[in-house]
Ligand binder design. Structure first.
Ligand code: GNR
Ligand code: NI
Length: 184
């Protein structure tokens, strides 16, 4: 199994639209297993293939406390949205940022299992929120797209500042290594 690299905003590849899986075979199983391992290692409750640079409609979720109830959704589709709920969300592709998002409270959705069965379910609560968040990823959408322009700008500035800070650090590290090389 392999831990995959999770793309971070503002990576443009997070904006790509994933295509439906046409054949559920061993390759898809391997992708789903690697996605689960990646999600567990990053401490997330869900992960969409788009986040690991795979443009296919695959989602993994595990809401259990002991992280032993993996759910694999192939080609998940929302059939019905009902009610509204505002909850705090986070995203592995937008590290260290959390904010409230309004979504449907109850959803009806359909997906294929890894065994190629088509299942239709009605769910609510965190699972409903998570499924909406993950299907958004498959369509190139992020939860921060729902923020007010003011909040989005603040977030963009924060990320820009962080990037500059990181580069400065990397540069000073390089310089340190250089002078160490001279001494040794
Ligand atoms: O780990 C995650 N937590 C979370 C919390 C509230 C609403 C959605 C999520 S999904 C997120 C993992 C992730 O980025 N999935 O795409
Ligand atoms: Ni996410």
């Amino acid at each position: 199994m392999t831990i995959l690299k999770v793309l971070h905003f503002p990576d443009e590849r997070l904006r790509l639209k994933a295509v439906p899986v046409t054949e559920i075979g061993p390759e898809i199983c391997v992708i789903a297993e690697n996605m689960l391992e990646t999600m567990y290692s990053e401490g997330g409750i869900g992960l969409a293939a788009t986040q690991v640079n795979i443009q296919e409609r695959i989602v993994v979720i595990d809401l259990s406390e002991d992280k032993n109830e993996p759910i694999i959704l192939i080609n998940p589709e929302i059939l019905k949205l009902e009610g509204k709920e505002v909850t705090q969300e986070g995203c592995l592709s937008v590290p260290d940022y959390f904010d409230v998002v309004e979504r449907a409270k109850n959803i009806e959705f359909r997906y294929s299992t890894i065994k190629n069965e088509i299942i239709t379910k009605k769910v609510n609560g965190l699972l409903a929120i998570c499924i909406q968040h993950e299907i958004d990823h498959l369509d190139g959408k992020l939860f921060i797209d729902y923020l007010s322009p003011l909040k989005r700008n603040r977030l963009k500035k924060k990320i820009h500042k962080q990037k500059i800070e990181n580069n400065r650090f990397k540069k000073s590290e390089r310089l340190e290594n250089k002078s160490l090389n001279k001494i040794l």
